[in-house]
Design a protein. Structure first.
Length: 121
């Protein structure tokens, strides 16, 4: 949510503003490295919301892998393997990824909490 610019940060408003300023600075730098034709797609030159959304979509799997692959003893993210119509879920091996069945995406993100509103998590 922070990366996508949708964080409902309820702490200090000063800290929330500082965080958003840092994110704007980071994505302004990313925007500056893009080719001219690609920069035109992101015409919001102050908040870069579309660039942030696209960056998250492109890097979501890698970010979740970094967060969950070493989440020792944290079952919050692990019971996610199994078929969607199967009532049995199993722990992901080494807290990282589900072992893929033939033709399945074994590298899929093990959770979709990033698309659940924060107040429901």
């Amino acid at each position: 949510d922070i990366v996508r610019g949708r964080d409902q940060y309820c702490g200090s408003s000063r800290r929330g503003k500082q965080l958003q300023q840092k994110m704007r600075k980071i994505f302004k730098e990313i925007h500056g490295t893009l080719e001219q034709s690609t920069q035109a797609r992101y015409n919001d030159a102050t908040n870069f919301f579309q660039l942030r959304e696209d960056w998250w979509e492109a890097n979501r799997e890698t970010v979740w892998k970094a967060i969950t692959c070493n989440a020792q003893d944290n079952k919050y993210f692990r019971q996610t393997c199994g078929e969607s119509n199967d009532k049995t879920t199993v722990l992901t091996p080494k807290q990282c990824r589900c072992e893929g069945a033939a033709g399945a995406r074994a590298e899929q993100v093990p959770t979709y909490f990033d698309y659940v509103p924060q107040y429901l998590r």
